[in-house]
Design a protein around this ligand. Structure first.
Ligand code: SF4
Length: 103
């Protein structure tokens, strides 16, 4: 085997291992707690039906992380990343006051 071919194969193997590690890191991301200071400040609830509607009058029935433009979970997922809460997973059924309807 030529040196360049071997290097190519080794780099490919390392890339695949790195992607696997990134997937594993995401799978292990803890769920966002409603008591997290940022979550609390934004009125995050893991179940949108529990949103304090008096405090967050902009909340409209049917809004949830799963149809928010910022939600990065896969379609049909029960939870996924949100850039506002790095390293945590938000519930697809959740909601916070930064909700932005997916276009
Ligand atoms: Fe959910 Fe959107 Fe708020 Fe993120 S910004 S927590 S996806 S409602």
């Amino acid at each position: 085997m030529s040196l360049s071919r071997r290097v190519f194969i080794e780099n490919g193997a390392m890339l695949i291992a790195a992607i696997g590690a990134a997937d594993a890191a995401w799978a292990a991301a803890p769920m966002l707690s409603e008591s997290d200071p940022t979550a609390a400040a934004l009125g995050y609830k893991a179940d949108a039906s529990a949103v304090d509607k008096a405090k967050f009058a902009q909340y409209a029935s049917g809004e949830s992380c799963s149809n928010c433009a910022l939600y990065q979970g896969a379609a049909g997922s029960s939870s996924g990343p949100c850039p506002l809460f790095a390293g945590k997973a938000v519930s697809a059924k959740g909601w916070c006051s930064s909700y932005a309807k997916k276009g």
